[in-house]
Design a protein. Sequence first.
Lengths: 351, 79
Amino acid sequence: MTVMERVHTATPMQRRAGLAVAAVAWWVLYAVNLPFWDWLLGDVAGLDLSTRLGSGIHFFLYDTTKILLLLTGIIFVVTVLRSFMSVERTRAILGGKRAGVGNVVAASLGVVTPFCSCSAVPAFIGFVAAGVPVGVTMSFLIASPLVNEVAIALLLGLFGWGPTLLYVAAGLVIAVVAGFVIGRLRPETWVEPFVFETTLGGEAVDPGYALTWNDRIQMGLEEVRDILKKIWPYLLVGIGIGAAIHGWAPERWFADHAGADNLLAVPLAVLLGVPLYSNAAGILPMVEALSDKGLPIGTLLAFMMATVALSLPETILLRRVLKPRLIAIFIAVVTVGIIAVGYLFNAVLPA
Amino acid sequence: MHIKILGPGCANCATLERVTREAAGALGLDATFEKVTDYGAIAGYGVMRTPGLVVDEKLLMSGRVPTAATVKEMLAPLA
């Protein structure tokens, strides 16, 4: 019997026991991660951890373990919590909302609703055809990838609560403002006409309705498996580059050349981030290493947001429902928002 | 029984088709399969997260890939 089938048929008692064992195992692994690699590399292998090579190898192994644990734990918890929300429910909530309040609600729901960018097109059609304003729909579609659970998991583990909350708040503000601005530009003429002609037939099945706890746990496990399967190569490359920066990059080089006084650093970081799509997992270890080297948090945050929010594949998908003009406005507004957030954080939180 | 798999051709849709064929085979159902890739038609069924599973024009499930066992439970009463 596979793990999934076992979860599917578990009794409440078995389920509670399974969750408790998993939580304890996770906590123990997380706690022994650092002492274990110190002991294995330092005492057993006899590596000097203060040398470049030693600290680089140690960073790589320790960080890989830590990030895998963080991702597993947080994706699981987030997916189980999110299973109580659904795109259908979100649309019902947004149905009667106008611009303004609607943008705020849409952006917040974008964070908590389970959603993948591959569904951006059907969701867009579903929202707009049901009468949700285009600007409000855009707030949802911007917030959803921008405030990303993988990024939240890693920020929380690597930087703590402060920067994580800043990241979530900044993402929400960008989504609200961008959607509001787009809504003011009368974007309806830049939406492909078939969207408005689509009639919504059938009853919407609400996947959050009939789920049992076993279903939710199974969905959490599936999500962890799917995401890890998708991102592990990026993760390893990212941690590898992070380890190289950690061990080899000169102490003050980044801070001197890309510090807060260099006004070009933030836009440059955004430009660099755009082609590096979807790899918050690969980006964050680099961000961690660069932060250690004195790069300000605003610049790093702008870099990270650009990688997750402005992605070429999603833009190409959206072309099915949006005319090029609106896509260009969407990209421009989000870019300006990210750059503004970068400057703001650099001003408020100097490295 | 006429089964439609809704989705633009992503990996999830292929997986859904595979597990549904598996489930239909295990139940010994006489089923025809159709792929629906047009976004307008997909949205027409009320689906906002792909993939979606439609049996005889009724939407059974959307937004996730169930296991073959789950699909079997959903198909069995419709046989």
